[in-house]
Design a protein around this ligand. Structure first.
Ligand code: HEM
Length: 417
């Protein structure tokens, strides 16, 4: 973290504390309104970066992987050494064509059509969570509802035994903590690897690697009808994935399939409490579930940003960008761009789509692999909440995850009414 605070529009975007009450809307609005892109100056520890906050610019950057690379630098705002970049890289840190070849290995499991086959399993999980919530009359929404559903679903898809779900949540939580001011001891989970070389700079990544190695051994001896078995059997250019490539794939899927959807489900409780009449509309007309789902996803913007690095001198919205400079795409700002979303601060359960929000990215090669799955999980949760006629009151201030990368929630205490 930087030794002094580079402020843009009165906010230090490099500091997780700037996000401790959620998305900093006034600062993002000022950045969107200013000419061109705003620049966060660097210092001794931190190179500066451009902020992309308008919807159209996020779409442009996302779709031009030749100019705005995911492989040329880190995809988070801080820099890491070349050897660390190489050691940590999964497909999200790569450019086409290698990215395309890797993504093809897993894409069939996440097509809109294929995810429909998970519907029954998701509904069972949702109803179990809501039974627990109702029986308790409320409680910690994150523990009772938002956490168990996404991790259970992704564990099933990967072939991780359900009893290991809590351990996966624990590891995934620590990976996020690697982006915040909270740090685990370097030797946690028996880690002996230089933290620089681990995803999120976190020893929890070592824990995930060890778990992935062990699961791979089990699946080689006892193959299943799951994604881990498919990954172990798959070939890229005639070669199987190396142990390290497999572990990084596994790590990406566990983190991405769990943390993000859980955050959006946490925000759903806040939305229901804050905008009850919008959910009355869905109750009266369940055909609004798809647009309400999209609105929860836009409103939560559970990944705040991803970064690209310019491969050549270029120009974006009147700003000259030099080759090698960093560009941070703030999805959380673009999703409230009034040029695209009418009265963006209003939660509108019937908001028309298109225009699409960019919570899953602005399109192009890296567009979220799990978008259809996340949408289905959130839609089924809304459907069942509405069908049961449950109303949610939030009884304490929500506690946000200490991060400037995810808009996560640690605690949302609710009462069911
Ligand atoms: C509300 C939930 C979710 C949100 C907001 C979200 C958001 C994102 C974003 C912003 C990206 C990067 C897009 C880009 O760089 O253009 C991404 C990529 C990705 N997401 Fe999601 N995601 C969610 C759920 C999921 C789920 C359930 C999975 C399960 C597999 C998943 C798997 C991935 C993967 C593997 C990538 C990397 C894709 C690539 O590099 O080709 N995500 N997601």
């Amino acid at each position: 973290m930087p030794s002094h605070t580079p402020l843009v529009e009165g906010i230090d975007l490099t500091d997780p504390a700037s996000f401790s009450d959620g998305i900093p809307h006034p600062a993002f609005a000022a950045m969107r309104d200013a000419d061109g892109l705003s620049w966060v100056p660097g210092n001794d520890e931190f190179d500066g970066f451009w902020n992309v906050t308008r919807h159209a610019d996020v779409v442009t950057v996302s779709r031009d992987t030749d100019t705005y690379s995911s492989a040329a630098g880190h995809i988070q705002m801080y820099d890491i050494d070349e050897d660390a970049l190489e050691a940590r890289a999964s497909m999200i840190d790569m450019d086409p064509p290698i990215h395309t070849r890797l993504r093809r290995l897993v894409s069939a499991a996440f097509t809109p059509r294929h995810v429909q086959s998970y519907q029954e399993d998701i509904r069972t999980r949702v109803n179990k969570a809501l039974d627990d919530l109702e029986a308790a009359g409320g409680g910690e929404w994150m523990d009772l509802v938002a956490k168990p559903i996404p991790i259970g679903v992704i564990c099933d898809i990967l072939g991780v035994p359900q009893e290991d779900g809590d351990y996966m949540i624990e590891l995934s939580d620590h990976l996020v903590a690697g982006t915040s001011s909270e740090q685990l001891p370097a030797d946690a989970y028996g880690n002996t690897t230089d933290l620089r070389l681990l995803p999120f700079g976190s020893p929890a990544a070592h824990g995930v690697n060890e778990y992935a190695r062990d699961l791979a051994d089990r699946r080689r001896n006892d193959p299943g009808d799951d994604l881990v078995t498919k990954l172990l059997e798959a070939e890229v250019d005639g070669e199987k994935l190396t142990e390290a490539e497999f572990s990084r794939f596994f790590q990406l899927m566990i983190f991405a399939g769990n943390e993000t959807t859980r955050s959006s489900m946490g925000h759903l409780a806040l939305n229901m409490a804050e905008f009850p009449t919008e959910f009355d509309r869905v109750r009266a007309d369940p055909s609004l579930v798809p647009t309400a789902t999209e609105e929860v996803i836009r409103y939560s913007s559970s990944i705040l940003y991803f970064r690209r690095t310019a491969t050549r001198d270029c120009e974006l919205n009147g700003t000259e960008i030099a080759a090698g400079e960093k560009i941070v795409m703030w999805y959380a700002a673009a999703n409230f761009d009034p040029q695209v979303f009418d009265n963006p601060q209003r939660f509108d359960a019937g908001r028309p789509t298109p225009p699409a929000n960019v919570a899953f990215g602005g399109g192009g090669a890296h567009f979220c692999l799990g978008a259809s799955l996340a949408r289905l999980e959130i839609a089924i949760l809304i459907e069942e909440l509405v069908r049961r006629d449950l109303r949610i009151e939030v009884v304490d201030d929500p506690v946000y995850v200490d991060s400037n990368f995810v808009n996560g929630l640690e605690s949302v205490k609710v009462r069911v009414v």
